[in-house]
Design a protein around this ligand. Structure first.
Ligand code: PGA
Length: 259
């Protein structure tokens, strides 16, 4: 199981150090044998939390550009992200799609750059409320998944994770998706990956994100093809992130292998 958080455009360097020290103090490192934990700070704070890497937490960045280097003011490359300590590269979050012109095609190029650099591409997919209301959201998300992974080879698939995050379930004032919809979409993503990549598609972790908190985490984890959770604002508080990791750890201990 996987659990991670993206801080978005939040936290100073001092707050990042504080978050890291709470994790180190409160988390029993034995959780890392069953739960893969990752933290995606803003790039300004990445070096402040490097100690988490030695502790067992993977670090990430929230975006990259697909070129390796050059005159691209304001951008960072996958190679630079890896060099700075990231091993997870988040790509195509809905806020980037909605506010910064990210498309399925730019996502595909960034995914290729990330895996070529040896990082794990964490691809965010998910429909808008308008698409959800049409009832055709499963094929929509399958289409996003197909394009996002179109430049990746089967042998690179071990460096791909998917996060299903319906845009309407994200952020303050939103409600999480219904478990039966999450089940249908995750199954659809899995089928799409298996159709494209055969049995290698079966091993790609598919995480759910969108208003996840300590009270609903177990319900999402118990859905077929949900391999983990991607938590936003609830996990900005390190105590709550620890609590969420512990929920996942308990779930694995109690239920794994019994389903
Ligand atoms: P949220 O954000 O948990 O605050 O809804 C989720 C996300 O954007 O990944």
């Amino acid at each position: 199981m996987y659990v991670g958080t993206n801080w978005k455009m939040n936290k100073s360097c001092a707050e990042a150090r504080q978050f890291a020290s709470v994790l180190r103090d409160r988390l029993n490192p034995s959780v890392f044998s069953t739960v893969s934990v990752f933290v995606i700070p803003p790039v300004t704070a990445l070096t402040q939390v490097l100690q988490l890497k030695e502790f067992g937490v993977r670090l990430g960045v929230q975006n990259i550009f697909w070129e390796a280097s050059g005159a691209y003011t304001g951008e960072i490359s996958a190679i630079q992200a890896v060099d700075a300590g990231a091993s997870v590269i988040e790509i195509g979050h809905s806020e980037r799609r909605e506010m910064f012109g990210e498309t399925d095609y730019t996502v595909a190029r960034k995914v290729k750059a990330a895996v070529d650099a040896g990082a794990t591409a964490l691809i965010c997919v998910g429909e808008t409320w308008d698409v959800y209301q049409t009832g055709r959201f499963v094929p929509f998300v399958q289409g996003q998944t197909a394009i996002a992974t179109s430049l990746v080879t089967a042998s690179q698939l071990s460096n791909v994770w998917i996060a299903y995050e319906p845009t309407w379930a994200i952020g303050e004032g939103s409600d999480p998706a219904q478990p039966h919809d999450v089940r249908d979409v995750h199954r659809g993503i899995r089928q799409e990956l298996e159709y494209r990549f055969g049995h290698k598609g079966s091993g790609v972790p598919i995480l759910y994100g969108g208003s996840v908190d300590g009270s609903n985490a177990t319900e999402f984890l118990s859905i077929d093809d949900v391999d983990g959770l991607f938590v936003g604002r609830y996990a900005l508080d390190p105590e709550r992130f620890v609590e969420t990791i512990e929920v996942v750890n308990r779930y694995v201990a109690n239920y794994a292998g019994t389903a």
